[in-house]
Design a binder for this molecule. Structure first.
Ligand SMILES: [Zn+2]
Length: 159
């Protein structure tokens, strides 16, 4: 049985097109992503080869997820399509494939399995750099500059 649900960000990242596994998505998500250029033709192939199925959650699941989203405060950042993807994953006890922070946050709050999109995950892994804005020097493992005493700034050094 299918156990993966894609939200819109999964399509934007190209995940469904790169996966041989079956995934599901909702009508609302499909309507949102069917215009993206890189999926032209590819979406039909996915549907034809049974690697993508469209299924909609029932209203009870949507209501449950919307209420949870209000509690976590994610509701303003989420579209109807986003909510529907989370609700479908909830209903099917499926893994939600998403690249969206608010969606991940909500999904984790209702104890859904969330699979972040690997390319993004790898890109975001980096090393924290501590530096003094005054001396323009880098220090590791310190909170304050040993030269001038300024609080060190921190930035993520991406690969
Ligand atoms: Zn300094």
């Amino acid at each position: 049985m299918a156990s993966r649900v894609y939200d819109a960000s999964a399509f934007y990242a190209g995940v469904p097109f790169a996966s041989p596994e079956l995934g599901l998505t909702t009508t609302l998500v499909f309507d949102e992503i069917k215009h993206i250029k890189k999926s032209h033709g590819a979406l039909e192939t996915l549907l034809d080869t049974n690697r993508l199925q469209i299924q909609d959650p029932d209203s009870t699941s949507i209501e449950f997820v919307s209420n949870e989203a209000k509690k976590t405060g994610d509701i303003q950042k989420l579209s109807g399509a986003d909510i529907s993807a989370v609700a479908l994953a909830h209903e099917l006890k499926a893994t939600l494939i998403t690249d969206d922070f608010a969606i991940s946050n909500l999904a984790k709050n209702i104890r859904l399995q969330v699979q972040p999109i690997m390319t993004k995950g790898i890109r975001d892994v980096g090393k924290w750099l501590h530096y003094c804005a005054g001396c323009k020097k880098e220090f590791s493992g310190l909170e304050f500059c040993p030269n001038c005493g300024n609080k060190l700034n921190r930035k993520l050094l991406k690969r």
